[in-house]
Design a protein around this ligand. Structure first.
Ligand SMILES: NC(=O)C1=CN([C@@H]2O[C@H](COP(=O)(O)OP(=O)(O)OC[C@H]3O[C@@H](n4cnc5c(N)ncnc54)[C@H](O)[C@@H]3O)[C@@H](O)[C@H]2O)C=CC1
Ligand SMILES: NCC(=O)COP(=O)(O)O
Length: 340
C-alpha cells in the first residue's frame, strides 16, 4: 500500500513522443520494481488512447496530489491538462507545445508548494517547443527560471547524467561546439563543481565526493601545444576548488578517463561540453541512466533519452530509464527528508 506517501509528479513530456507509453509501462511494473506513487501531469485522454493503442490494461483516473498515492495502487492518477487538439503518436506538432509546457509548470508549482516531493520529466522535443516560441534550450534552464521566478532567488542549474557505472556533468550544456571555448570560464567551472560537490553530499549521501575534471583539448592540451584552455582556465579552477577543500583533480585527458579502472578513482566526471559527458554516460548505461538537475531548490530527474517519436505507440519503447528516474527521485527525496 502506498496510501499516505507524498507522491512524485511525472510530467507527460511531448505527448506525441514515448512519454505516455513509458508511463503506462512503468505503472504496470509498479509492484515488481517497487515504484513510488506518482501523479501524472498531462492530457488524460491522450494517456487513455495510448493505452488502447498499446493494448495495455491500465486504468487512468483524474486525481489531485492529495489523492494520488491512494489511487496509484489501482490506477494512474492524472492531473488533467487537456491539450484541446488530437495528438497522434509519433507525429509531433507545434499545437501540442502549450500542453507540454503547462505540464512542466504545474509539476514545478506542485513541488514548490509541497504537494509532491520531486518532479520527473518525460522527454520534450526541443525543436517543437522552439517553433512555438519557447525561449529556453531545454528543461534544465527552464526549471531554473521557474524556480528563480517563484522563489526570488537566482539558481544555477547543473546537468548530471547518473547511471550505475558513471556520473557525468557537462559544464557547458546546449550550445554549439564552436562556442564552447569562449563559454568555458574559470568561474563557470568553479561554480559547477561547488554545486556538484554540495549536492552529491546532500542529495546522494556521499560523504566526500571525488570529482575528476576532463580537459578540453586532446591530451588535456599536451602542455599547451594542443590548446591553452586546459592550463589557463581548467587548471586554475581546480586549484581554487582544492583550496576550498573540495576533492577534485585534473585536467585529465578525456579519452582515458572513462575506462573501467579509471572510473574507480572518482565519483563524478566533470566534462567541458555536452557530448564529452553524454557519450560515455549513454554508452555505459543508456537503459538505466538518469538525467538529474542539480542546483535547483527542488528535486528533478528525467530519463536519459529523448522523445523517440519512431517508437511512440509501437510497444517497443523501454520504460527502464524512466523507472530509474522515478526510483532516483524517491531516494533523493528520502536523503533530503521530504518523503512524506
Ligand atoms: N530530457 C529530454 O527532454 C530530452 C529530449 N530530447 C529530445 O528528443 C528528441 C529526439 O532526440 P534523439 O536525439 O533522436 O534521441 P532519442 O533518445 O529520442 O532517440 C535516440 C535513439 O534511441 C532510441 N530510444 C530512445 N529512447 C528509447 C527507449 N526508451 N527505448 C528504446 N529505444 C529508445 C530511439 O529510438 C533512437 O534510435 C529531440 O528533439 C531532443 O531534443 C533528447 C534528449 C533528452
Ligand atoms: N541531451 C540531454 C537533454 O537534451 C536533456 O535536456 P533537458 O531537457 O533535461 O534540459
Amino acid at each position: 500500500m502506498t496510501d499516505g506517501v507524498l507522491p512524485l509528479a511525472l510530467s507527460q513530456g511531448d505527448p506525441a513522443g514515448i512519454g505516455p507509453d513509458i508511463a503506462l509501462q512503468a505503472w504496470l511494473r509498479r509492484g515488481e520494481v517497487g515504484l513510488p506513487p506518482f501523479l501524472y501531469i498531462g492530457d488524460l485522454a491522450v494517456l487513455q488512447i495510448r493505452a488502447r493503442q498499446l493494448e495495455l490494461d491500465v486504468p487512468v483516473v483524474e486525481a489531485n496530489a492529495a489523492q494520488a498515492s491512494a489511487v496509484f495502487d489501482h490506477a494512474i492518477p492524472v492531473h488533467n491538462i487537456p491539450i484541446g487538439v488530437d495528438v497522434l503518436a509519433g507525429k509531433p506538432h507545434v499545437s501540442n507545445a502549450r500542453g507540454t509546457i503547462a505540464a512542466i509548470e504545474t509539476a514545478v508549482s506542485l513541488c514548490l508548494s509541497g504537494e509532491v516531493r520531486a518532479i520527473i520529466t518525460n522527454p520534450i522535443a526541443k525543436s517543437v517547443l522552439y517553433e512555438a516560441g519557447f525561449g529556453f534550450p531545454g528543461h534544465t534552464e527552464f526549471l531554473a527560471d521557474l524556480a528563480t521566478r517563484a522563489t526570488g532567488q537566482a539558481c544555477m542549474p547543473v546537468m548530471m547524467l547518473a547511471g550505475p557505472k558513471l556520473k557525468a556533468v557537462p559544464v557547458t550544456i546546449h550550445i554549439p561546439i564552436k562556442d564552447v571555448p569562449a563559454a568555458l570560464t574559470e568561474a563557470l567551472i568553479v561554480d559547477t563543481c561547488r554545486i556538484v560537490a554540495q549536492d552529491l553530499v546532500a542529495r546522494f549521501g556521499l560523504a566526500s565526493p571525488r570529482l575528476a575534471v576532463a580537459g578540453l583539448n586532446p591530451h588535456a592540451g599536451e602542455g599547451g601545444a594542443i590548446g591553452h584552455e586546459d592550463d589557463e582556465i581548467i587548471h586554475p579552477a581546480i586549484r581554487m576548488l582544492r583550496d576550498e577543500g573540495i576533492d577534485v583533480f585534473g585536467p585529465l585527458p578525456a579519452d582515458t578517463m572513462f575506462h573501467d579502472d579509471a572510473r574507480g578513482r572518482y565519483d563524478v566526471a566533470i566534462c567541458m561540453y555536452h557530448d564529452q559527458a553524454l557519450i560515455p554516460a549513454k554508452a555505459l548505461g543508456f537503459d538505466d541512466s538518469v538525467n538529474v538537475t542539480l542546483g535547483l531548490p527542488f528535486i528533478r530527474t528525467s530519463p536519459d533519452h529523448g522523445t523517440a517519436f519512431g517508437l511512440a505507440g509501437t510497444g517497443h519503447a523501454k520504460e527502464t530509464s524512466l523507472i530509474a528516474a522515478l526510483q532516483m527521485a524517491d531516494r533523493m527525496s528520502q536523503a533530503q527528508g521530504v518523503s512524506s
